[in-house]
Design a protein around this ligand. Sequence first.
Ligand SMILES: Nc1nc2c(ncn2[C@@H]2O[C@H](COP(=O)(O)OP(=O)(O)OP(=O)(O)O)[C@@H](O)[C@H]2O)c(=O)[nH]1
Ligand SMILES: [Mg+2]
Length: 383
Amino acid sequence: MHKMKVKRYIAGDAQEAMLKVKSELGNNAVILHSRKIRRPGIFGVFKKPLVEMVAAIEENSEKKTIHPIEQNNKIGKVFQSDPNKIDELHNQVGSIHALLNDVLNRMDSMEPSKDGQGLKKDEIYEKYLTLLIQNDVDHNLSEKILSIVKKQMSFSKENEEAIKNAIRIKIREYLGQPSPVEEAKDQQKIIVLIGPTGVGKTTTLAKLAAKLSINGRKSVGVITADTYRIAAVDQLRTYSEILGIPLKVVYEAQEMKNALSNFKDKDIILIDTAGRNHKNSEQIEEVKQLIGPIENPEIFLVISATTGYKDIKNIVSSYDFIKDYKLLFTKIDESSTKGNILNTRILTGKNLSYLTIGQSVPDDIELANPDRIANSIVGEKNE
Ligand SMILES: Nc1nc2c(ncn2[C@@H]2O[C@H](COP(=O)(O)OP(=O)(O)OP(=O)(O)O)[C@@H](O)[C@H]2O)c(=O)[nH]1
Ligand SMILES: [Mg+2]
């Protein structure tokens, strides 16, 4: 493409604008674009609009550029006299077209936005979009949150604290209230922990058992259905001995009813299950068999905070046969971001419950704190 000089002219009407173009750029100038624009300022609305004209001329070239107005008259002649010229014309029109698009794009980005904030609007939007995504909030969800906040206030540098706060409040609202183990007065509570392998189900169960029996003064019984690994039963037996909580081992799904009736007198029964590979449908089917006969179980889906969102989505969908469950995130101490907690909460619509923050039984467990999660996602240091 030839090097072109592009200039923008503002005039009272089109004729005046054309004269300006002609006198500065000469007869060979090409009008790329012309449109009516409002005069700046609040009174501009009542005044006659101005005409904006963008014109171009080829720099340092002796080749004649055909003026679009002349084109109309000449084109027939050109076509008749020299068909080869058509190609040249096509090329010229093509390059003008490309140039025009480029100029229009640039003009668009120069244009002040409706709220008068100019480019700053996009700057702040992009800044927070990047921040949310860096904190592992799903891209679509990040855009959704920002577009909601954008409807509430103008995006400008001066407004930044308010914008950040509105984002935080929206996230906080999405996270909802965490839901701990429900206190059932005269009813026995049966809690089941399910989830992928190695996420910390058994450790978390020991933490919950300790908290409920020591702080909650409940009588607790523990059942393990994890007989896949010899060490798994030993692991739980060690905890139950330390905590003084009785343990029953269930080797087959049919034994579950029996184990449960053994603990008829307990306030709370905690059931540990073997870690299941969510990609193995047979293993997932076994979970179904195991929890099927339990009346009103309170199910916690245990997910490690270090798991990527793509895998979390697969895990969640493999457990979609369970109507009601709570989300429990482990290994928060090993994860640098909290976005997945928000993503998973939105994806499933299930309540958050506890977070675990280390390996120590029973201390490293806490009720999820939505304010702190939201603070962390918007990048507050003192989350
Ligand atoms: N850093 C950290 N490690 C944890 C946390 N919770 C559990 N772990 C560790 O994760 C490892 C696996 O924990 P388990 O409780 O055996 O996990 P599980 O889900 O029962 O594993 P399977 O029964 O094999 O599916 C152990 O080394 C735990 O100490 C946590 O909150 N933070
Ligand atoms: Mg286990």
